[in-house]
Design a protein around this ligand. Structure first.
Ligand code: ADE
Length: 227
């Protein structure tokens, strides 16, 4: 029988559960089928005590747009919370996600993602629970659903059994550099040949070439990584 040891439970609290269909596909879908990851998508609206299941309201003090109200969020988090979990709220206010951060998050066994929407959430939720805010970059998206999927995808790759360990080794950022260029068959396409060294069979030369390419690429587009 194949081993089925759950590595991580991920609860995702959202007003838009249908946005998470992509988690069922490809590598993440297979990781869930193999019992390595478990996704639990929770509709925050189910927890609203408002008779119309309302989950948003106008901001005190005025301003554009609506905020998510604290009660449905509080009860939704309480329904999945345990002492060992880490709660994450994707937001441009948080620290920007890096490969290192994704790897740190992958060490948890239970993560809860809370997806904001509209203009944001009532700030009191951050006093009621220990919540880590994480940004996926210096721009603003319409909600926390896409950033949640980005963070989940980035960290899941580091969870045991989700992808082969060797696949993590030569990735961009794994050694502080960007990944070298790669090629597959055919050897010639539209007159463009694969670099000769890659078909030479000389592994030491291949390694040297890849190292040089990584460095060259990093210098050209992300020289900040070399500082
Ligand atoms: N929500 C809206 N914009 C975001 C961003 N840049 N990162 C994370 N969450 C967000």
């Amino acid at each position: 029988m194949t081993e089925r040891k759950l590595s991580m439970k991920i609860d995702i609290l959202t007003l838009f559960p249908e946005a998470f269909a992509p988690l069922k596909t490809s590598i993440l879908g297979r990781a869930e089928e193999a019992g390595k990851l478990e996704f639990n998508i929770v509709n925050i609206r189910d927890f609203s005590k408002d008779k119309h299941k309302k989950c948003d309201d106008y901001p005190f003090g005025g301003g554009a747009g609506m905020l998510m109200t604290v009660q449905p969020l509080f009860d939704a988090i309480k329904s999945v919370y345990d002492e060992s979990c880490q709660i994450i709220f994707p937001s441009p206010v948080g620290q920007v996600l890096t490969a290192k951060k994704a790897e740190q998050l992958s060490k948890h066994t239970h993560l809860i993602f809370v997806c904001g929407h509209y203009e944001g959430v009532d700030e009191r939720i951050f006093q009621l629970f220990p919540i880590q805010q994480i940004s996926i970059g210096d721009y603003v998206l319409t909600g926390g659903e896409l950033p949640t999927m980005v963070i989940v995808d980035a960290l899941a790759r580091f969870v045991d059994g989700v992808i082969a360990k060797e696949s993590l080794e030569n990735e961009s950022f794994s050694n502080g550099l960007l990944e070298y260029p790669q090629y597959t068959r055919p050897q010639v396409f539209e007159g463009i040949c694969v670099p000769e060294v890659l078909v030479s069979g000389n592994h030491a030369e291949v390694d040297k070439w890849r190292q040089q390419q990584s460095l060259q690429r990093t210098k050209a587009s992300r020289s900040d990584l070399l500082q």
